[in-house]
Write a protein that binds this ligand. Structure first.
Ligand code: WTA
Length: 626
């Protein structure tokens, strides 16, 4: 671990000059069933990336078994339930190991085997983390779908990976609400013929319908023992698929492999958060997102850390829940999203001051650019100016953090993710793909692979090539813009494609448009993001209606409900505007750039609209909004 600026600089130099030596040395700290023969093989043009070639391992041995001799009784997962009156759970490494093995046996007993795809659609209960690790134990590829997603989003993901099995629960708690997960899963399963077994964990005890493929978790688990040897995996075997939004309606299933992912998530966890032995670390993300995969489960457990899992929401039972929980469990590292900070900063600081936050040592931010005001509020009220803030930039595709300061070790700069991690060769490009030097603004690109880069898009390697490696050959293209200061610090300015980050969630506009277009009254639609003071961005849908809807209010409500039902509540547009046409080029392409300006109210920055096929619709939209 780099604990000083000099060590960090040395690590960066070695990682740049001799990446194989650098990563090989780090990888040696793990338990391999068979050593690798070569550290790295890659060609970004193909693209093909392989790390720790021919090495054999099982990631769960590194996350669990390895700690049994040294710290069996240390808490691995600290579970804090949604309801503050329900007791928290301290699950030790020994207990977690036992429960993962038993769950793995339950999966095997129900027909699961190495290479199968198992979809996990569960609330934030320990069994979600246990399911993930149980899949990894037997070499089944887990595909976790965020429990806030709805029917279509779930079925599309299960079908894309031809999942064999679904692990879900009767329902889930989210603040004062209960979510009927099994009901959503049942509807999704109607169009997922590949799934032949559905194991249901009981969380809320609500009534559920029962189908021939359904089995109760608590009944199945009783039938098996807890001795389960870890399946030997090749370093490059897939560990999991995780979907993220793209610029088409079809979600992209990013595939991460076993060896490189383990090494990089563990390395970055330790270095970025400067985790030390007895710390209690809390990442508030949901395991349904990459942040939860890498920095609630794999990174922390590979380091033998105590990782907290929180089932609830920051506003329940009141807007001080985060701070109450930090004080209750004496949290040392706290990692959350700017949207949560912005939502909480709207409430009186007395809600923070009520709680003793003196245990906090490090604060983290992830998922979207953190604005200056939120950064300073976080620093002052939560960190009391004593906790370094790590602003971590990365993606589902990158598997782990690529740009961030190391807490208290490298300099921080408000709103800047700061410096690339050792081994990350970041660059700024102009539109033609020329590298920009020094202080500048441009398109962010990465020059060389790091161990946890996604290896492909499930079932569609060509799309993987096109999306990430074709725009600027020889580089990985993340789809973000950035600026760089004279010291080499990066500030991420936001997406430069059709993905909008709403409350830290990546949303593609295409699937939302597809959902809107399913309404019998909709001819065509276009969805864009606009700035929002809490969510970062919110969505505006421009919709052409088939008939002049008698009641536009009803239509708008129906459309919002339709998006919520098909994709999930997070994708619901804040604004729906019924228009008679959408601005289009002469070749018929919707000019989203103009719609984005209109949604943001930046009427003086529309640029030249005279080349449009139908410039009059721009005037109409402006008029409607005035
Ligand atoms: C954005 C989340 C600015 C970015 C880990 C990226 C950020 C997308 C930051 C990936 C940050 C993430 N500063 N922007 N610290 N972290 N982003 O796949 O646009 O859910 O491309 O991964 O979130 O979102 P994803």
């Amino acid at each position: 671990m780099s604990t000083s600026l000099t060590e960090f600089k040395d690590a960066s130099t070695i990682a740049q000059k001799k990446p194989e030596e650098f990563w090989g040395k780090i990888a040696q700290q793990f338990q391999w069933k068979k050593p690798w023969t070569k550290v790295l093989d890659y060609d970004f043009l193909k693209p093909e990336v392989k790390w720790f070639l021919e090495g054999k391992l099982n990631i769960t041995e590194n996350c669990l078994d390895r700690h049994l001799s040294t710290q069996p009784d240390k808490t691995a997962i600290l579970f804090e339930p949604n309801n503050p009156d329900e007791p928290s759970q301290h699950i030790s490494y020994k207990e977690l190991h036992q429960r993962v093995c038993q769950t793995a046996n339950m999966l095997i007993a129900n027909g699961a085997k190495k290479g199968d795809r198992i979809c996990i659609y569960m609330p934030m209960v320990p069994e979600l983390a246990i399911s993930v690790l149980a899949c990894a134990r037997i070499g089944a590829i887990h595909s976790v779908v965020f429990a806030g997603f709805s029917v279509k989003a779930l079925s599309a993901r299960m079908n894309d990976a031809s999942c064999n099995m679904l692990l879900t629960s009767d329902g889930g708690y989210r603040g004062a609400k209960t979510i009927a997960l099994k009901e959503i899963a049942d509807e999704a399963l109607l169009s997922c013929p590949s799934v032949n077994c559905c194991i249901v964990f009981q969380r809320t005890n609500q009534n559920v319908a029962w189908n021939p493929i359904d089995k109760w978790w608590h009944e199945e688990i009783e039938k098996v023992g807890s001795d389960c040897p870890a399946t030997e995996m090749d370093s490059e075997d897939p560990l999991f698929v995780l979907y993220t939004s793209g610029s088409t309606g079809k979600p992209k299933g990013l595939v991460h492999s076993c060896g490189g992912y383990m090494v990089y998530t563990a390395y970055t966890f330790k270095n970025v958060f400067q985790y030390t032995d007895n710390d209690v670390y809390w990442c508030t993300a949901d395991i349904g997102w990459i942040t939860g995969h890498s920095y609630i489960i794999y990174g922390p457990l590979a380091n033998g850390a105590t990782s907290m899992m929180f089932e609830g929401v920051p506003s329940y039972p009141d807007y001080d829940r985060f701070w109450e929980v930090c004080a209750k469990h004496k949290v040392n590292q706290f990692y959350t999203a700017p949207t949560a900070i912005r939502a909480l900063q709207k409430h009186p600081t007395s809600l923070v001051e009520k709680h003793d936050l003196s245990s906090l040592k490090v604060l983290g931010s992830v998922g979207e650019p953190i604005n200056d005001e939120a950064w300073h509020w976080y620093d002052k009220n939560i960190g009391k100016h004593k906790c370094p803030i790590v602003d971590t930039w990365w993606q589902t595709e990158t598997g782990g953090i690529l740009i961030s300061s190391l807490a208290g070790v490298t300099p921080q700069k408000p709103t800047y993710a700061t410096l690339p991690m050792p081994g990350i060769q970041a660059a700024l490009l102009d539109n033609e793909g020329n590298e920009l030097e020094g202080e500048n603004e441009g398109i962010l690109a990465i020059k060389q692979p790091w161990p946890s880069i996604a290896r492909t898009i499930y079932g569609d390697h060509e799309r993987y090539r096109q999306v990430y490696f074709s725009a600027y050959p020889g580089y990985y293209y993340p789809g973000d813009g950035a600026l760089r200061d004279a010291e080499g610090n990066y500030r991420i300015t936001g997406r430069i494609d059709d993905v909008v980050i709403v409350s830290g969630h990546n949303l593609g506009t295409a699937p939302i448009e597809n959902a809107l277009n399913e309404h019998p009254n909709v001819v065509e639609s276009a969805v864009v993001g606009f700035p929002h003071d809490v969510k970062g961005n919110a969505l505006q849908a421009f919709v052409i209606a088939r008939t002049t809807a008698d009641d536009i209010v009803i239509l708008k409500n129906e459309l919002r409900a339709l998006v919520s039902k098909t994709i999930g509540p997070i994708a619901k547009p804040d604004r729906v505007q019924v228009v008679s046409g959408l601005p289009k080029t002469r070749s018929g392409k919707i000019m989203r750039r103009i719609l984005r300006k209109l949604a943001a109210g930046e009427y003086d920055q529309l640029g030249d609209v005279s080349t449009l096929l139908n410039p009059e619709v721009v005037e109409e939209i402006k008029r409607q909004n005035n």
